[in-house]
Structure formats: structure tokens, C-alpha cells
Design a protein around this ligand. Sequence first.
Ligand code: FES
Length: 148
Amino acid sequence: MSDCTACQRDGVNRREFLSASSALAITALLAACGDGDNGNSTGPITVNTTVVLANYSALGTVGGIAVISGAGTPLAVVRSTTSQYRAFSLICPHAGTTVAVNGDGFRCPNHGATFTASGAWTGGERTKGLTEFTVAVNSTAGTLTITS
Ligand code: FES
């Protein structure tokens, strides 16, 4: 017989309580870690912003990566060639933490997922690649329009 007054009152024995508690803990853990498959737990990400290239010196060279501020969602632009740019969401596809620039790619500080400058997952916590946005270059104005 349990010593717990609440358990005696509610008719729950220790084994039933522990079993139910374990099931709840496992369910909560799986929910916190995404869908249990590839870890993708983020929803659609929308963006519509214009970036002035002159404001981001890192984009002056091929391979440069700049974190864009004021876009309403964390994103980065990578200069992939002399005339082309790619933009990626910095929302980690695993569990939504903001990913940081790390060398010539990206790394999530939460569970360590790493990504190339092309957004492809390369290691750490298994997940999808970073969400890529559409980039329209206006070379006359020196701007990029980034949309989802
Ligand atoms: S949130 Fe888990 S690796 Fe980014």
C-alpha cells in the first residue's frame, strides 16, 4: 500500500503513477526534439525585404556571408559568385534556434547542427538543410530583394 495520501485517495498505485509519468516525459521529450524523424519542427518562414549591398562589407567578396538585420526573421546572405547571392533562413530546421555564422558556413548553438554556405546540413544534430529564399539582384541599385 502506498504512503501517499493523494495516491490512496485517487486509487493510483506507485507503479501506475511511474508508468504514466514516464510516458508523459517521453512524449514531452519527443515534442521538444521535433518530429522524431529528421528533426524538422519549424513551420513556414516568410520574408520580403530589400538589402542594400553597400551596408554589408562581407558581401564585397565571393564566399562572404552577412547576417541581415531588420528583415523580420533571422537570415543571412551568401555571395556565391561575383554576380550571384543566396539567402538562407537562420532558423534552425531542427528546433528553431537561431543559427550563427561559423567560418565559411553555419552552426546551431543549441544542438550543434552544422551547415555549409549553401545551406546543406553537414553534421551535428541530424536535420534538414536551411530554408533558402529567392534573391533578385538589382545591380544598378546595388540591392537584393529577398522573398520566400
Ligand atoms: S535547434 Fe537543435 S540543432 Fe539547432
